[in-house]
Design a protein around this ligand. Structure first.
Ligand SMILES: [Zn+2]
Ligand SMILES: [Zn+2]
Length: 773
């Protein structure tokens, strides 16, 4: 019947749609082009400095349907933050086109992170009839390298490390066709025109083979260690079921006990050695393809040397075509650890890898697509809060940077330099903050060079010319030295824990004054002592130190960090008096000479700064329980204490609270005495560990309730490295919520020092703006 009715002559309308978010370099324009074509709408789409602008002209009902469809079938990497529409008089467009961006618009476009290979490319990779069958560099608009291959903007091929590869006719055709999924895919390549892999031995002599990747897999199965060039740097690869290889790898890399990450071919295989929640599975399969920390199954079928004394393991899925080809070589899992020695930055250049990793690797699987910017694997884990799984990121790098953190308000262009450990930098522009990838431990020359290069590169590709610099208050940090040397720009020095709390506020888009709980290992305090167990009343502009752990001596400074038994002795002497600590196993077994020396340090305070660090209290308890008495990597004692916990214990120890000069001093004396009593009564370490964790969560709630009274504040922000501890974080969030608090915690930004640059930037912005205004 309806076919017989005349088609109503609808009025023609034109609508302009402005979209902000992650909409550039992710196949958004071809997506809109195809959507408009299939709805027979006329108009155009273009990238501009704010995102994407679309104009469509046609029937109002069709335009309405088109608007509804946009968010429904987005390209996988796209993310819409806002969509505005505006009605305009019709101009009678004759077709729908993808318009060229102006050069100014091209310069301010957002760069996409590196993206794991997509399903379409994966299908082609293993399809014997495809022209890219087994080609290790297959990619498309929805996947492949981005951030790591860009040297300058606009994001066009001549500004990437693909500039040396000239596209063949077939590749160029795909690149030019808006209906092709390789339309404007800058790294587009094929076996005829693109990068190639090569296998060489440690002396850079080529291994004669028709299939270097298959040969590499064969050598690994025979026990070889191979340096494999990936997306953001080299990995050292070994067979994860071969303990002899793993042991050799640890020795060569001087990595004693720190867990090694593994890569397994698929989810089903991971399930043979680790337990996965549905959220873990989703994270592993997400486009950033991070390392996810999960619990091992027992008995553990891989080498026990991968993560000794540790019930969990870091796993990831293959994320480049090269990895997929390598992992198809019949492995349960490969150790894929960063291609570096100890905590140095990972190697990215072929010659550099041969030089720095020559002693570690038997062979090198390399290729000729340069990596411009180093980018480690990101590390995340999930944790349960009142039945819901949330994520916490401990290393934010590949797959996430340079995705911006969206802010509530506009900020001045600024550069924040981060801290000394787990360094990251942050640049701001408009309502966005760009936190760099993990740069690393600043004590190494290579890290410092990487830090300089990252600043330089990010400033260029984000077109940000900072008007001020923010750094830590610590006078001895390399980053502070860098800031002091910049004579042209004002420098703002920011207290470490204040920066932690503001980074948490910023990512949660909160501006109000809050109770900030900043718990970590170390941060330079305003009074010159080492802080780390802090309750701050803070907003972006300022903070007040409202409560803190009662300080103790750090006997021998860094030595006490490496030898947690020293912290145990310091805590016992300070808070338990003559409680017979010599009868406690951990203290009794130390040599009398060592004990004597540490006691002298504690009594004299010589070379022993005072610290209120929560991380050190974790260390002390870890040593007391015999869990970890010497630490071979940062955070080991606390991590192993968390791992040692038993389930189903609700008990906790107490603290004492003293008001001192307007600040509350939190005295752990009852906690330590309780632990000593439980040890004498032969309570298991797991039991005491859980009781200890519960005590910290209970103390947080108790102190927050006191501060709520005095300051009339109801929001609590949790930050600092201690909140990487899933149990502590989950307990703190649920107990604070039960007590009626609004709880803010990290999800995009690491709670550890990898997040402080963001806080530094926003605090500096506050002062910079005020100074001007
Ligand atoms: Zn793809
Ligand atoms: Zn080609």
């Amino acid at each position: 019947m309806s076919t017989l009715s005349p088609i109503p002559q609808e009025r023609l309308i034109r609508t302009r749609i402005s979209i902000e978010g992650i909409v550039q370099g992710v196949g958004f324009r071809p997506y809109i082009y195809n959507l408009a074509q299939s709805n027979r709408l006329k108009g155009y789409v273009l990238n501009n400095e704010r995102g994407v602008e679309i104009e469509v002209e046609g029937n109002p009902a069709v335009i309405e349907a088109f608007l509804k469809l946009i968010p429904e079938t987005l390209p996988p990497q796209a993310h819409i933050v806002s969509l505005l529409q505006e009605k305009l008089p019709p101009v009678n467009f004759t077709d729908f086109t993808i318009r060229e961006s102006t050069s100014q618009d091209k310069r301010t476009a957002l760069i996409s992170p590196d993206i794991a290979i997509c399903k379409d490319c994966l299908r082609e990779l293993f399809n014997p009839h495809d022209r890219r069958y087994r080609y290790p560099f297959i990619n498309c608009t929805n996947c492949g390298p981005r951030y790591t291959i860009i040297d300058d903007i606009p994001y066009d091929r001549p500004n990437t490390s693909m500039k040396t590869f000239r596209m063949c006719q077939a590749c160029q055709k795909e690149y030019d066709d808006p209906s092709d999924r390789r339309f404007h895919a800058q790294p587009n390549a094929c076996p005829l025109c693109g990068p190639r892999v090569q296998l060489v031995d440690a002396s850079n002599r080529p291994v004669n083979t028709a299939d270097p990747v298959a040969e590499c897999a064969r050598l690994i199965l025979q026990g070889s260690i191979i340096a494999v060039k990936g997306l953001g740097g080299f990995h050292l690869a070994a067979d994860a079921t071969n303990s002899a290889s793993v042991e050799r790898l640890r020795a060569l890399k001087s990595r004693e006990e720190k867990p090694l990450a593994v890569m397994a071919p698929d989810i089903e295989t991971i399930k043979t050695f680790a337990m996965l929640s549905p959220e873990d599975e989703a994270l592993l399969q997400s486009s950033p393809a991070p390392i996810v920390l999960v619990t091992k199954v027992q008995p553990f079928p891989l080498s026990p040397l991968i993560a000794p004394h540790n019930p969990s393991i870091g796993v990831m899925l293959p994320y480049t075509p090269l990895h997929h080809l390598l992992l198809s070589g019949n492995f349960t899992a490969l150790v894929m650890t960063s291609g570096n020695l100890k905590d140095e930055p990972i190697a990215i250049e072929n010659s550099e890898a041969l030089r720095r990793l020559g002693a570690c690797a038997d062979y090198f699987l390399m290729h000729d697509r340069d990596i411009y910017l180093r980018n480690d694997d990101s590390v995340l884990k999930t944790f349960l809060v009142s039945g819901t799984r949330k994520e916490v990121v401990t290393r934010r790098a590949r797959g996430y940077t340079p995705q911006p953190i969206f802010l509530q308000e506009e900020v001045t262009p600024l550069l924040a330099l981060g801290g000394e450990m787990k360094n990251t930098i942050c640049l701001t522009r408009g309502k966005t903050a760009f936190l760099s990838q993990h740069i690393g431990e600043m004590g190494y020359r290579e890290t410092y060079e990487h830090f300089l290069k990252t600043i330089d590169n990010l400033k260029r590709i984000l077109t940000i010319e900072p008007r001020a610099i923010a750094c830590d208050l610590h006078p001895g940090y390399a980053t502070t030295g860098f800031a002091d040397a910049q004579k042209e720009l004002p420098v703002f020095k920011v207290q470490h824990h204040h920066a932690h709390i503001v980074s948490c506020l910023a990512e949660n888009q909160v501006q109000e004054r809050v109770i900030g709980v900043a718990f970590d290992g170390t941060g330079f305090g305003r009074d010159g002592t080492v802080w780390g167990g802090e309750f701050l009343i803070a907003d972006y502009a300022s903070f007040e130190r409202a409560a803190h752990l009662t300080p103790v001596f750090l006997p021998g400074g860094d030595q006490a960090v490496r030898k947690p038994w020293r912290m145990a002795l310091s805590y016992l002497v300070t808070f338990c008096g003559d409680c017979g600590y010599n009868n406690l196993e951990t203290i009794r077994k130390q040599s009398p000479r060592d004990k004597e020396m540490v006691l002298k340090l504690i009594q004299s305070g010589f070379n022993s700064p005072l610290t209120s660090s929560m991380g050190r209290l974790f260390d002390a308890v870890s040593a007391l329980l015999g869990v970890c008495e010497e630490s071979t990597y940062e955070g080991q004692a606390a991590m192993e204490l968390e791992m040692a916990m038993d389930n189903g214990i609700d008990d906790y120890y107490d603290f004492l609270y003293h008001e001192q000069e307007g600040s509350c001093s939190i005295n752990p004396s009852p906690l330590l005495k309780g632990i000593c009593t439980d040890l004498r009564n032969r309570k298991p370490a797991g039991h005491i560990s859980t009781k200890f964790h519960n005590s910290i969560a209970a103390m947080i709630v108790a102190v927050c309730c006191r501060l709520k009274e005095s300051y009339k504040l109801n929001s609590v922000a949790l930050s600092g490295g201690c909140f990487q501890n899933g149990y502590l974080l989950s307990q703190s969030i649920s107990k604070l919520s039960e007590a009626g608090f609004t709880v803010l915690h990290h999800h995009l930004v690491p709670p550890n020092d990898g997040g402080i640059a963001l806080g530094q930037a926003l605090i500096a912005n506050e002062h910079f703006t005020k100074r001007k205004g």
